[in-house]
Design a protein around this ligand. Sequence first.
Ligand SMILES: [Zn+2]
Length: 433
Amino acid sequence: MKLVRGRLFDFKNQANPFNLSENARYFEDGVLVIEDGKIFAAGDYSQLIKTLPANLTVEDYSGCFILPGFVDAHVHSVQTKAIASDGGELLDWLQNHIFANERQFENADYAYEHTRFFFHQLLKNGTTTAAIFPSIHPVSTEAVFEIASKLKMCIIAGKTMMDRNAPEYLLESPQKAYDNSKALIEKWHHKGRLHYAVTPRFAVTSSPEAFKMASALLKEFDKLYLQTHISENETEVIMVKGIFPVNHNYLNVYDSFGLLTDRTLLGHGIYLSDEELERIAEVGSAIVHCPSSNLFLGSGLFDFQKVINYQISLAVGSDVGAGTSFSMLSNLSEAYKIAALRKRKLYPFQAIYFATLGGARALSLENEIGNFDAGKAADFVVLDPSKIDLLAYRIQDAETIEETLFALIILGNDRLVKATYVMGEAVYKAGEI
Ligand SMILES: [Zn+2]
């Protein structure tokens, strides 16, 4: 057993986006009690310490905030080097910058080297769980699972499937995509904290045959995820209408092949109609908002309020390389501004919720991660506000935790992250992985 002391903040299990004030938990002088990589207890230091054996190791982060590890629900492990590539809107950007970049991951040495760097970026930003898109190459997914498994991280990933509308070198037949995916599922799905996601990139790059294969995999294995993109860009939406004329909307393309379950993660969803949102709510799939990516590619302004009004689970994704930061704080800051442009209000508690417990819920992982309830994995991030002097100055006289967290979101980034813990162990500390 060991203790980690600091300013604890999380949400109770019964929290939802509409009742967060009553379900926020904050202990100015708090402590996490960790046993065998899991939370044994969490609460006020002076109260809890009385109930515990003496002489326990204390890792003291007094003055720092301790939050559940961030959930990045949509990120591409094969696009780190493509971040900050100047290239227009989605479809041009993919052609001009992304596909050639992803091709390099056919080489195992390259894949491992660059995937290690990618994981370093996740951890130095306090992200402990991610839903990851590698390339079509099985080795790019092997690298993700192997590194995540060494770090004991809870990760969702699956090799991308594409069989049309991309360069020849990134295409494979539906049968080959099925075979390669199946081999990876058999090797990695439910091994430790790893989960497999069947990953057709988006409707543009998959034929009906490929979607049938994706559907076959979902039926064949237990509790597989499905992750993809949807309604990110107006030109994309028009293109999907053209290549799937029998489907009456974008969502129906996925729906008609049986790809919508309560473990389906739909990236973006900016242009979904009311009818599509209703259907997503009905099947229990989740939407992943990718704010910095949507701004960078000029994709559009997502309406988070409308989505949660439909009771749809919402998570947030960095979507690097279209996203401009691995920091979930930076992405939440962009989400706040997008909401403002839509005349909506993203409250600080909501923002933190979507990147922690809400994100865990959207990923059906709320029994394992997302807050400091006893029995959950001790995955958390330590944020030191003194590392950004403007932030420290701003929050000196803050009157509420809500005001402080808002400043943390708007001004924060990876510089705040003093340590990141996975299963109770510091996997990132003071600049080192
Ligand atoms: Zn993406």
